[in-house]
Design a protein around this ligand. Structure first.
Ligand SMILES: Cc1cc2nc3c(=O)[nH]c(=O)nc-3n(C[C@H](O)[C@H](O)[C@H](O)COP(=O)(O)OP(=O)(O)OC[C@H]3O[C@@H](n4cnc5c(N)ncnc54)[C@H](O)[C@@H]3O)c2cc1C
Length: 475
């Protein structure tokens, strides 16, 4: 389980000749920089770190337009070279790590914001989410959701590799109908063709890890912006903190339209040195973003659950206090804060079966023991409140990790394993729509090879046959 992946022997490629053929596309061939761009945040997992740390690409291309991106794909297709698309490289499962070497195509120069309209924004795939929000806010809009990595993550990487983020407790996950309006993607063929996926069709390419086409452009839903106040609320017990989180996530929008609702165990909060002068130590924290005019209702709700609001800051106050955004103490930034001080930590992704059942969550905490520290994220899907535990785990080896997973599963919690590097690994069934589109858009199977187990079994079939396998499953 812990062995480095056996990297297949690749045929000898003349990278100097490939570099010449890729002109005028900008190239990075300096080995240290190519190695750097072969990594993402897989090192959160000691298991993936062991497997992936020696997997590198051979060359990086940085196209500036979709024509240049198409040129990269055509050259790689002609030479049978594997291609891995890369945005900011902030994925957690090694999604952007080349397992078979080859060409890394980094999209960050394709970063134009093309159109801002009523309730939507149309952007190139390499645009950073922080830049999109910065362009939207003066127009009265903001992204319906974005990951806590907004400063370095691209919109293409979010749509291809992410799932939810800040805003999802109000507006649902990315896959919820209407959140992704349109995706355009190029095929990897002798002459790449741009395909357009609208409305429900976006699910054919969303969260496909760059296996089935190179996303060039994305149109996303936007929502009217509000005057958000970043809040940190302290509790004496995690059980009260969690219950307050559930109550906040369930509150009607017209009362408290929170766009973030995270609860963090006090032992984790002790790893947040930036909060030292603002939040007393030893407190379990609820982290939220609340519209200014609803702050009184928020305070009442928190006090009713035994909480004390330690911080409530708008952007000006945040700048004065020199603090990061509150969401940098939520989602997978929580894990990062701990890892900054101690590399023995890791994490897991757990679905809570009934988020309203605080007793069951408390009982699970008891069962798990001292090496597992809770951190819950509340979101909504189809109007229903969901909760996910992203606990800090003090890693003692794969056997103890398996025991922890089994403890969660013994009471109906779902483990979406964060320590697996294939798309079907996170407790997901093969998505035959993705794979049918892979056959259509990547007929030679050169895009992000090694990241789908199911593909290896069905790659000889034609696209219709692959799609039919999915339909058979749904019956
Ligand atoms: C500290 C931290 C916090 C995080 N918080 C969140 C969070 O709140 N919500 C969340 O969902 N995720 C989160 N993540 C995971 C990750 O940051 C997000 O999914 C992010 O949006 C990925 O964007 P990226 O540009 O870095 O993608 P990359 O890591 O570069 O790529 C991700 C995947 O998308 C593919 N890809 C990239 N660009 C394209 C393209 N143009 N066409 C086709 N495929 C492409 C890559 O091949 C790869 O498989 C977090 C990670 C960290 C380390």
């Amino acid at each position: 389980m812990n062995e480095p992946l056996q990297v297949p022997e690749t045929k000898k490629t003349d990278w100097t000749a490939i570099t010449r053929r890729l002109a005028p596309v900008e190239i990075i061939d300096e080995p240290v920089l190519v190695k750097k761009r072969s990594r993402d945040f897989f090192w959160y997992s000691p298991i993936l770190n062991q497997q992936l740390r020696k997997c590198f690409g051979d060359l990086v291309a940085r196209p500036q337009t979709r024509e240049e991106l198409g040129h990269c794909l055509a050259v790689a297709y002609a030479e049978d070279i594997p291609v891995v698309l890369r945005g900011g490289g902030t994925g957690n499962y090694g999604q952007a790590v080349p397992l078979e070497g080859g060409l890394i195509v980094e999209t960050t120069r394709m970063n134009r914001i093309l159109e801002i309209g009523e309730g939507f924004v149309r952007v190139e795939a390499g645009a950073l989410m922080a830049d999109i929000n910065a362009a939207l806010i003066p127009e009265g809009w903001e992204m319906a959701m974005f990951p806590s990595t907004q400063d370095i993550a691209t919109v293409g990487g979010f749509v291809a590799g992410g799932s939810a983020g800040i805003g999802s407790v109000a507006n649902g996950p990315l896959r919820e109908s209407g959140n992704i309006i349109r995706i355009k993607a190029l095929s990897m063929e002798a002459e790449p063709v741009e395909h357009v996926f609208d409305a429900a069709e976006v699910l054919q390419i969303h969260h496909a890890w760059g296996l089935n086409g190179a996303i060039t452009e994305v149109t996303l839903r936007t929502v009217p912006t509000r005057d958000w106040i970043g809040c940190m609320v302290g509790f004496d017990s995690y059980a009260d903190c969690y219950r307050a989180g559930y109550a906040l996530a369930s509150a009607p929008e017209e009362e408290i339209a929170r766009k973030l609702c995270s609860t963090v165990d006090a032992r984790i909060c002790d790893y947040f040195p930036r909060l030292e002068d603002h939040v007393p130590r030893g407190r379990h924290l609820l982290v939220s973003l609340v519209p200014r005019e609803q702050l009184p209702a928020f305070r009442s709700l928190m006090e009713a659950h035994g909480g004390t609001v330690h911080l409530a800051m708008d952007e000006a106050e945040r700048a004065r206090l020199k603090l990061p955004h509150v969401f940098e103490f939520a989602y997978n930034h929580t894990t990062l804060q701990v890892l900054k001080s101690d590399r023995n930590a890791t994490y897991q992704q757990i679905g809570v079966p009934d988020p309203s059942d605080g007793e069951r969550v408390a009982a699970m905490r008891e069962k798990l023991g001292d090496d597992v520290w809770s951190h819950h994220e509340f979101t909504r899907a189809g109007g229903k409140v969901l909760a996910a535990d992203l606990p800090i785990i003090w890693y003692q080896g794969p056997q103890r990790l398996a025991e922890i997973n089994a403890t969660y599963e013994s009471d109906g919690f779902t483990v979406y394993d964060a320590h697996v590097n294939v798309i079907e690994g996170n407790h997901m069934q093969p998505d035959y729509r993705h794979l049918a589109w892979k056959k259509r858009l990547d007929p030679k199977g050169l895009m992000n090879p090694g990241k789908s187990r199911a593909w290896e079994r069905i790659r000889h079939m034609d696209a219709q046959e692959i799609e039919a396998m999915g339909q058979a499953k749904e019956i």
